[in-house]
Design a protein around this ligand. Structure first.
Ligand code: ZN
Length: 288
């Protein structure tokens, strides 16, 4: 058995849910000695500075960014092909992305906030909402990431309908063909949280999100895939609330992951490994 799992959480509500999530997640990751990353919006860093500072020195944690106030780097047009309401009344959803200048401002401002308020130089970024095929068609956006010292990004997190699950063919690759051989796309395979799994009604493996997670872990181990797993600081105003909701499946997931023998990696270590493989001549091609 093999397979690699990276756990990374979007911290974006700038509210009590941020505090509850960070406190709860730190307890779980310390208990199981499993690395984790947080992708924090600049607005959340401003509002919840103490909560982020409190976990910043956790040796298992990598602090990354998620734009200033969750601006999409590009548009998303979700067409699930069913009649269930999506984000609003319609089953389809069009979410507008920012302009290049707006996105540049959002990312550089957040780098500065992270540096000034938390003392962190972010090397990773999650693109709000994520996109089909990530940033393969946007060298201008990749240039913004490069200019801001971003080394790994989670931007490929949707299927051809701009929905989910994101296929596991979306394995990590460098944006070499776009002229950015040092920027690694990690992908965000599967569902970006329990609420998307629920919306897309994926009961193939059972009635709970854990059923889906466990079945997918077996596949990841069997095929030696990389799986970037995500969650959000939604509905977690206290650590007790966290343990009753997100924390429940996160801990179950970690325990089962250890049972099936996947390894848990920190994004910085994983990035260094991928660079070493690339520099040793291995072809790490995008498979879209
Ligand atoms: Zn987000």
């Amino acid at each position: 058995m093999s397979g690699t799992v990276l756990l990374g959480y979007d911290i974006e509500t700038a509210s009590d849910s941020t505090v509850g999530f960070l406190e709860g997640a730190a307890i779980i990751h310390d208990k199981h000695e499993v690395p984790w990353a947080v992708y924090v919006t600049g607005a959340t860093v401003e509002k919840c500075t103490d909560a982020v500072r409190k976990v910043r020195d956790n040796e298992l944690l990598t602090v990354c960014q998620h734009t200033y106030d969750h601006m999409l780097l590009k548009c998303v047009y979700m067409m699930p092909g069913d009649v269930k309401p999506l984000h609003g009344e319609s089953p389809n959803a069009f979410i507008r992305g920012g302009t290049l200048e707006e996105v540049r401002e959002q990312i550089s401002k957040t780098q500065a906030l992270m540096r000034d308020l938390v003392g962190v130089e972010c090397q990773g970024l999650t693109a709000p909402w994520c996109y089909y095929r990530g940033l393969v068609d946007r060298p201008d956006l990749l240039q913004v990431l490069e200019d801001n010292g971003i080394r790994w990004v989670r931007a490929y997190g949707r299927d051809y309908r701009d929905c989910q699950p994101t296929p596991f063919t979306a394995q990590p690759f460098f944006y070499k063909d776009q002229g950015f051989p040092d920027i690694l796309e990690l992908g965000m395979q599967g569902y970006q949280d329990d609420f998307y799994w629920d919306r897309f009604d994926d009961r193939r493996h059972g009635d709970t999100y854990q059923d889906y997670l466990y079945a997918t872990l077996e596949e990841v181990a069997k095929n030696d895939w990389v799986w970037n797993v995500a969650s959000h600081d939604h509905g977690t105003p206290t650590k007790e609330a966290f343990f009753e909701t997100k924390g429940k499946w996160i801990e179950d997931f970690i325990v089962r992951g250890k049972e099936v023998g996947v390894r848990f990696a920190a994004p910085g270590d994983f990035y260094a490994e991928m660079v070493a493989r690339r520099d040793a001549g291995e072809e790490i091609a995008a498979c879209l």
